[in-house]
Unconditional design. Structure first.
Length: 339
């Protein structure tokens, strides 16, 4: 991460799967100081012992509380905002909690970063924010809107605020892959919601590279989207079983609260104004002013010429393709290694 060289960097949600990976990358990139901001003191203590690096500072706080975010952002050059409620079912049952963390908490991070002179802030999003049907996706879509509105309404702000959007991160905390391995080793059936569902497949390294790309190239309000391959949930389950040389029994349990048949990474409306950067799409902020005549009189003809970019129409891997992808992940090899 070039931007991290001799910089002070704050990672909100820094003890999670993504956050901890970013922290290690930052330390390897010669960051002057890395601050971890989160609520869980036990995870912070575990991380402190594991890293044993004097450049790491731990801040207990909650993004819902502006004062605690303000303290953590003082003297910071760059912010990775990864703190969020991410589990779809829990957000369905407690949607206001998702709003408090994912929307209002993100607004706190944006405002505190700007107040304290942060150079660049990247907010982590999800494919569930595109055409959202569940509370988690809706709250993350609102996070994107809050970030874009800040850029649109504050053109002279000292902080460049951008967002990124990516699909499911394989072997991350809460991923279905560790569950499949656990079920197979226990001789239990693999529980699938719907084998026909498709999902994007990404590694933690892919996600970190996306954030790094945003720090290097973002203009205020930009949204960066990482392209990815996909597979059906059924194919993913069979690939995990094949890695353990087990013929699985499959139990279909039905779709859970708020789940889609496929996930969308980029909508046609976004693609109509997107720049194709090879591995990424860059979607610039819609910078039209609050002049409603423009919205009613000046449409976007290009929107009708493109399709959404989703997990049903991207490159879809078969069992062997998914297995090759999984075996390239150190976390997966560690997961299936004999105990």
């Amino acid at each position: 991460m070039k931007a991290a060289d001799q910089a002070t960097v704050l990672v909100t949600g820094g003890t999670g799967s993504f956050g901890s990976t970013v922290v290690r990358r930052l330390l390897d990139s010669n960051a002057r100081e890395v601050r971890i901001f989160s609520r869980d003191e036990l995870k912070q203590d575990d991380m402190r012992r594991a890293l044993n690096d004097s450049r790491v500072r731990f801040y207990i706080g909650d993004v819902r509380d502006y004062d605690s975010v303000d303290r953590a952002t003082r003297g910071v050059d760059f912010v990775f905002h990864a703190a969020a409620l991410k589990q779809v079912p829990s957000c369905e049952f407690f949607p206001l909690e998702a709003v408090k963390t994912n929307v209002l908490g993100s607004a706190n991070v944006i405002e505190a970063s700007n107040a304290n002179g942060v150079h660049s802030l990247v907010c982590l999003g999800t494919d569930k924010a595109a055409y959202p049907v569940n509370a988690m996706g809706i709250s993350k879509a609102m996070m994107e809107k809050v970030a874009q509105a800040f850029a649109r309404n504050n053109p002279t702000a000292c902080t460049t605020v951008s967002t990124v959007r990516y699909g499911n991160v394989m072997c991350s905390r809460g991923s279905v892959i560790p569950l499949f391995v656990e079920q197979l080793r226990a001789g239990k059936p693999l529980t699938l919601t719907d084998p026909r569902m498709t999902r994007f497949l990404m590694s933690l390294d892919d996600a970190v590279q996306l954030v790094d790309h945003a720090f290097e190239h973002a203009e205020p309000g930009d949204l960066f989207i990482r392209k990815a391959v996909a597979s059906t949930v059924g194919v993913l389950a069979r690939a995990v079983a094949k890695s353990l040389d087990i013929e699985p029994e499959v139990q279909v349990i039905g779709t859970r609260h708020g789940e889609k048949l496929y996930e969308t990474l980029a909508t046609r409306e976004e693609l109509a104004r997107a720049e194709d950067q090879g591995e990424y799409y860059r979607v610039s902020v819609d910078a039209r002013e609050l002049n409603y005549g423009q919205y009613f009189d000046e449409g976007e003809e290009a929107e009708s010429l493109v399709d959404d970019y989703h997990s049903h129409n991207t490159e879809r891997l078969d069992v062997d393709g998914v297995l090759d992808l999984l075996m390239g992940l150190p976390a997966f090899r560690h997961l299936i290694a004999p105990s």
